[in-house]
Ligand binder design. Structure first.
Ligand code: CTP
Length: 399
């Protein structure tokens, strides 16, 4: 419920993605935000102020010269009590204006006169997005501390395909939520492992597992939102690294071990989410193994290092958090695993429910007992886990 009572100024500029702003204002209002809508003249050509007024439950502002404003100070007053300005869709033209500090209508003037943070959700044709002028503006905006959410790639209203689609309303809401996350891990370095490992048999075959990396990447994102500097050591996944997170890509368990050992010295927290292969092939073949005349064959396996147990056993270990994906007897296995690895906190889930899915239901095990996090998106679960870690760290400090 991070959004309850938050005061948001939602700006719309011209673009066909303006229709998504209707869903956005509805979702924000439903989450308990107070949403004041300001529309540019071009935005009013794509969606009417009446629609936005009905969905926000407040009058909509469009005019810098509105005679209804007693002191003519709408360009300042409208943003003064706001916690955040979100502009969605943000057109290429609007981004160029903000990058240069221009103020020639109500919304651009409000943005220039703002005291609060600004989040832009770009929406434009792929060539506009790729144009060197837009690239320059995006860079300059980021340098000025403006947050930019998206755009995504895909089919565009103009019939072309590529980067430039505005994020969906729910994705923008997630960005707004991220903005309001408490900075519980500010100043901390969090090291995370994620994804599967891949152990070669020969140049084209390998032993791996079905881990998608989604949970580990969600923990990386949540830790970053909480103000930590984050290093993510990741096995092969199809996922993009969350913004602001340093990713080190590895394949095998031993590569993961080496990367963790290199980064662990200045880590305050180590969250081991990766599904690490416990065994690897003793002598992977340099050449592709041919079918030959054999009816059967045996692979000789040897044990991989246990990365988490190694880190937990260091002289000055970071605060260690383990994960356990079990197929049965969740609590019994989780308790035993936590003891065996010598770690203060372990998050457990049922493998068949969590693997590859977008949501999860973690149970946390620590000295105080068992804490169920309920079922929600992996990002929500990760945020709760981060809050639990921060609370345990704070307690540890007091002692
Ligand atoms: N882990 C690790 N290195 C390994 C194996 C596991 O760091 N070689 C970590 C995982 O990232 C996870 C925790 O240890 O945080 C538990 O992993 P899991 O595979 O469930 O445990 P195992 O020790 O392999 O036990 P088992 O396979 O018997 O369930």
């Amino acid at each position: 419920m991070t959004l309850k009572g938050k005061r948001i100024l939602l700006g719309l500029t011209g673009g066909i993605a303006a229709f998504k702003a209707a869903e956005l204002v509805r979702s924000l209002a439903k989450a308990g935000c107070d949403v004041r809508v300001v529309m540019s003249e071009a935005a009013c050509r794509f969606i009417t102020p009446v629609t936005m007024q009905a969905l926000s439950g407040q009058r909509v502002w469009t005019d810098l010269w509105d005679p209804g404003v007693p002191d003519n100070m709408a360009h300042i007053e409208l943003s003064r009590d706001r916690d955040l300005i979100v502009v969605a869709p943000a057109s290429a033209d609007f981004m160029a204006k903000v990058a240069r500090g221009l103020a020639d209508d109500l919304l651009s003037t409000l943005v220039l006169a703002r005291r609060c943070a600004l989040l832009l959700a770009p929406a434009m044709n792929v060539e506009m997005w790729n144009n060197p002028a837009t690239r320059r503006n995006v860079k300059r905006l980021r340098g000025d501390g403006v947050a930019i959410a998206g755009p995504a790639a895909g089919d565009q209203a103009c019939g072309e395909t590529g980067m430039g689609r505005m994020l969906e309303a729910r994705e923008i809401v997630a960005e707004v939520e991220a903005f309001f996350q408490p900075r519980l891990l500010a100043g901390r370095h969090v090291l995370i492992t994620a994804g599967p490992t891949v152990e070669p048999i020969d140049p084209v075959r390998a032993i791996t597992n079905a881990s998608s990396g989604k949970m580990g990447y969600a923990v990386a994102r949540a830790a970053n939102e909480a103000g930590a500097s984050v290093t993510l050591v990741s096995g092969p996944t199809a996922l993009e690294a969350p913004a602001g997170v340093r990713r080190i890509s590895v394949r095998t368990a031993r590569e993961m071990f080496d990367a963790v050992v290199k980064s662990v010295n200045d880590a305050d927290v180590f969250v081991s989410v990766a599904a690490v292969a416990d065994y690897r092939v003793v002598n992977p073949s340099a050449q592709k193994i041919k079918r030959g005349a054999r009816k059967a064959m045996t692979l000789e396996l040897t044990e991989n290092p246990d990365i988490l147990a190694h880190v937990a056993g260091l002289k000055k270990p970071p605060f260690c958090v383990g994960f356990a994906a079990e197929s049965e007897k969740l609590a019994a296995h989780a308790r035993q695993k936590r003891r065996r690895k010598g770690i203060p906190l372990l998050a457990a889930n049922l493998a068949q429910e969590a693997l590859g899915a977008d949501d999860n239901a973690l149970t946390l095990f620590d000295d105080a007992g068992e804490h169920s996090l309920g079922r929600s998106s992996k990002l929500e679960q990760a945020r709760k886990l981060v809050a639990h870690i921060a609370a345990m760290l704070a307690k540890k400090k007091k002692r």
